[in-house]
Design a protein around this ligand. Structure first.
Ligand code: SF4
Ligand code: SF4
Length: 498
């Protein structure tokens, strides 16, 4: 486990139910509000402990942190750079091996990008260790040579997913005709070499990032893919990282884009292809269940000896002290149990804001929020960040009521989730210091709703849940059966090709 400071150690101990360790750490006296709450909750039932789960079925690795393709739409920074970290290029074999317990318990092992997966020099070694799993690689296809394809076939890669966006100027290859020609040629190489080597693997699938630039070309791309033997296509919406790009996303005019894209999906699906939004839905519609919660574990190297874990494919982050995911305790820690509670027991409106506005599951809300955030209208008289800073100073000076008023003002007309979450956290602490536990809980619930990685807010919430557990726990809804969906498609492929 990586080095943690006292606060992180306390948060980790509380959130992983190691309360005897938390108690001894809290005896150092630095977090009196938390220590007092812990004393009050002594010997009460652990919160949401019935919401523990088996290990996830999908484990996702990010093996390379380099990419030379230079797509202008790239949100991870490769539009202007070729590497993510200064001194760290690839997940090492030792790092991969340290995650084997997760791999062993899973059925699907996915390699995708914060970079170009096939730039990793260790890919074949990784694949050789997981030949009993359904392995999936995402690639632009740029680094593929005939020899590399042969190596992938020998290493028994099961699914190779190419990313390609037609003639979109912001997408892969920027619509360059030579890039497009070579792209389809590489698909043909894979098909030819599979046949030469008498292998039905890897199954080839296609991932298209759709934007205003290529939505009218979508049907043509799908048709070309079919001619090259591709039967499964996932369509992801392009995201924007600046105002200029936003105008090119489908979210700038979502209803109109949706009305163009969905009939294309309907048409190709009715003709026997499997064309989906982000792999799980047959059209661009909002979904009440997230396919990733309880199914997905992402493992990202952040340095030669550090790995950051996540439990979703969207923007939701878990508190930092839990992010190394060393064992099952982290997978069943309080914030993950709480996420299950929000998704499987509570109403959609109480879910984290990142979930309510998720690009993968709540497209309409995502579109509305993007428009609000990209609106050029600025309210020069109201600056939530300045209000927040002023109120924080007042709180440090223990001017509680003035601080409270300042934080309430900072909440007005604020589209910044992190700032809203932090503001609610301080309001929660103010209520806690007044011993108004009901009000404090309300604010800590809001704090984690807006800022899910707020570890200390979760630690307070943990004990407040112990003091006042939900009186009636609604029955737990089933998680999205992502495993069945993927295995059905896999079995269909086997039946058609064996
Ligand atoms: S290939 Fe992927 S990682 Fe590389 S620039 Fe394009 S989108 Fe970014
Ligand atoms: S942000 Fe929430 S809804 Fe979106 S993928 Fe992550 S967990 Fe699922």
């Amino acid at each position: 486990m990586r080095e943690m400071n006292l606060e992180q150690n306390i948060i980790h101990s509380v959130l992983t139910d190691d309360l005897s360790r938390a108690k001894s750490l809290l005896e150092q006296g630095e977090f009196p509000l938390l220590a007092e709450l812990m004393d009050r909750a002594h010997e009460k039932a652990l919160p949401l402990s019935h919401l523990k789960s088996e290990a996830p079925d999908f484990v996702v690795f990010f093996p390379a942190y380099t990419c030379g393709v230079g797509c202008k739409m790239c949100c991870t920074g490769f539009s202007s750079s070729t590497q993510l970290y200064e001194d760290y290029l690839y997940m090492s074999p030792d790092q991969f091996d340290s995650c084997m317990p997760w791999v062993q318990n899973s059925s699907y092992v996915i390699f995708c990008g914060l970079g170009e997966t096939l730039e990793s020099p260790h890919m074949i070694r990784f694949l050789e260790k997981i030949q009993d799993k359904i392995s999936i690689i995402y690639t632009s296809g740029v680094p593929l040579t005939r020899e590399k394809i042969r190596d992938l076939i020998r290493a028994e890669l099961k699914i190779l997913t190419f990313s390609f966006d037609g003639k979109a100027p912001l997408g892969h290859g920027a619509g360059n005709p030579d890039y497009i020609r070579k792209f389809w040629q590489k698909i043909d190489w894979v098909q030819q070499l599979k046949s030469e080597m008498n292998s039905i693997f890897p199954k080839i699938t296609l991932n298209i990032t759709v934007s205003q630039d290529n939505q009218d070309e979508l049907s043509e791309i799908i048709g070309t893919a079919q001619q090259h033997g591709i039967q499964e296509i996932m369509i992801d919406p392009m995201t924007s990282f600046d105002q200029h790009n936003f105008e090119k996303t489908i979210f700038a005019d979502f209803e109109s884009s949706k009305n163009k894209i969905n009939p294309i999906l309907d048409r190709w699906n009715s003709e026997g292809l499997d064309v989906t939004q982000t792999g799980f839905a047959k059209s661009f519609l909002d979904s009440s269940s997230c396919p990733y919660v309880d199914n997905w574990l992402t493992l990202i190297g952040t340095g030669p000896s550090t790995i950051k874990a996540g439990v979703c494919e969207g923007l939701l982050e878990i508190p930092q002290p839990l992010r190394s995911f060393d064992n099952q305790e982290d997978w069943n820690s309080f914030p993950i149990r709480y996420l299950r509670y929000m998704h499987f027991c509570a109403s959609e409106k109480s879910r984290p804001m990142h979930c309510q506005n998720c690009i993968l599951t709540n497209l309409k809300n995502y579109a509305d929020l993007s428009i609000a955030r990209n609106s050029s209208e600025e309210n020069t008289e109201h600056n939530p960040l300045a209000e927040y800073r002023l109120a924080s100073r007042l709180k440090a000076e223990k001017k509680w009521e003035e601080a409270r008023q300042g934080f309430l003002k900072a909440l007005e007309n604020n589209h910044d989730f992190a700032l809203t979450g932090k503001t609610c956290f301080h309001l929660g602490e103010i209520e806690l210091s007044r011993k108004d536990y009901k009000e404090a809980r309300k604010y800590f619930e809001l704090a984690v709703q807006y800022y899910y990685d707020h570890g200390l807010a979760f630690a307070y919430l943990y004990f407040l849940f112990m003091l006042d557990p939900p009186s009636q726990m609604p029955p737990r809804r089933d998680k999205f059966d992502a495993s069945r969906l993927v295995s059905t498609l896999y079995d269909k492929y086997l039946a058609m090709n064996s």
